[in-house]
Design a protein around this ligand. Sequence first.
Ligand SMILES: *Cc1c(COP(=O)(O)O)cnc(C)c1O
Length: 385
Amino acid sequence: MARNADPSLETLLSMPFGGDAGSVMPPIYQSSLFTFDNYQAFEDRMSGASDTALYTRVQNPTVAAFEGMMVKAEKGAAAVGFASGMAAISSTVLAFVKPGDRVACVEHVYPDAYRLFERMLRPFGISVEYHSIAAFEQDPDLLKGVTLAYLESPNSVMFQPMNLPAVAEHARRHGTLTVIDNSWASPAFQNPLALGIDIVVHSASKYISGHSDTVAGVAVSSAEHIARIRDLTLPLLGGKLAPFEAWLLIRGLRTLGARMRQHEATANTFVDRLSALPQVLRVNSPGPNAVPGLTGRSGLMSIEMREDVDVRVLSDALTHFALGVSWGGFESLILPARVGLAQAGEQNSMQRFGVPSNLVRISLGLENAEDLWADFEQALSKSAA
Ligand SMILES: *Cc1c(COP(=O)(O)O)cnc(C)c1O
């Protein structure tokens, strides 16, 4: 059968499962356990001679179907689903660090990843240091003695992109394991494993789901790294992905490519027009080729407003943008940094890393781009002279 050697993401993610009665979607195996036909089959499974489904905390066929799609999407060898992005992050990091180890983390990291490092890793005797994107890229010895580098490209809040092949090369020289949160770009716009990064994690609650109806996570890597997570933190911390959530994520992945192109087109419109406005000091939104391997612009960006723009008035004057956390769905959202700063007192990473006070984050959804722009323009005109 003749076919292209390297099918595109959309083609890979469109493949029917060929299940019972020709179903293109897998069934939802809503079962906690799976039984065995006879003693020998049970013994083989428990001794590791077979790997059929056993118990949904460690393995479930619907979850495995999602994991298989993520392996293709991220060009990895194996994947493991989790109950949330934070379960993916914590279970991945904790599988590879022990007391006395050093973790190097990028500045402006996702705030709950920061809290995990500060409030849980540090008390367990794991030291965490934070560095700028420039330091990761330019200092070849930054990672000397560092067990694990925790990366985002672009990072959260400021959306600064990182040259991943350069950082992966520094890490390799020092034997540092690299982990990246690829939620912003999604597998449609960036494949960090192909750029030399060791492990990719996602908040699948965002673009992978795309429908703001589930909270989930996933890690993708080599067979060896995923086997370690499956041996330690998946079964022992137990933050597994549920079969129904996995089924929703398979539904989401089917349209990932098409949705990301729509988010990108709207984001391009906003970046062009926002940059021309006198009330806007800066738009943080990396586009294709801002760094090697980044092939698109997602719909999540931040805007540094002039001081006289009242972001409270702006937020309340919007019709098509709702105030809320999260992002990556069909609906457009706005999150003023001041509201984020008001959240969690002393452990707040935005205070630590310094965020322009008049910054707003917007997530551009799948609505008509001209409707969104007209709404943003009228709200902005009410919020500043
Ligand atoms: C939302 C988010 C997370 C956490 O994911 P959950 O699914 O909410 O646990 C991690 N990283 C980034 C960049 C996020 O935006």
